[in-house]
Design a protein. Structure first.
Length: 112
C-alpha cells in the first residue's frame, strides 16, 4: 500500500506528497501523543533519513503544511526512496510505534 504520491511539477522537478490525517496509522500517532500533520511527517522523514537512509541527506528539501507533507527535488530517485520509507511506516503500526518510541527516547522533536 502506498500513501505517498510522487508528481512531476514541472519538467525535471518533482514533489513527494503525503496527505496528513489520511494514513492507516493516524490513530496510533495520536495515541503516541503526536499530531499526524504535515510537520509530524516531516519529522518522520528526517528521522528515517538520519537512521535508515543517510545517503538521502541533502538530496531534497522539505515544505510541509498542516495537512500535507511535501518534499521536493530534481532528484527523482531520492524522492522515490523517501516515499518507500514513508509508506513502510505509514502503513505498519509496529514500525510507526518503534520509530516514534525510539525518537522520543532520543529527545527527537517531531515539531508537530
Amino acid at each position: 500500500m502506498t500513501v505517498s504520491k510522487l508528481v512531476e511539477t514541472t519538467p525535471g522537478k518533482f514533489s513527494l506528497l503525503l496527505n496528513a490525517g489520511t494514513t492507516p496509522v493516524d490513530a496510533l500517532v495520536e495515541e503516541l501523543e503526536h499530531e499526524p500533520n504535515g510537520y509530524f511527517w516531516e519529522g518522520v522523514a528526517r528521522r528515517l533519513v538520519a537512521t535508515e537512509a543517510p545517503s538521502l541527506e541533502s538530496r531534497f528539501e522539505y515544505d510541509p503544511e498542516g495537512d500535507t507533507f511535501c518534499a521536493y527535488s530534481e532528484d527523482r530517485a531520492a524522492l522515490e526512496a523517501l516515499g518507500e520509507l514513508l509508506d513502510a511506516v505509514a502503513t505498519d503500526g509496529d514500525k510507526m510505534r518503534s520509530l516514534v518510541t525510539a525518537a522520543d527516547a532520543d529527545g527527537f522533536d517531531f515539531d508537530d
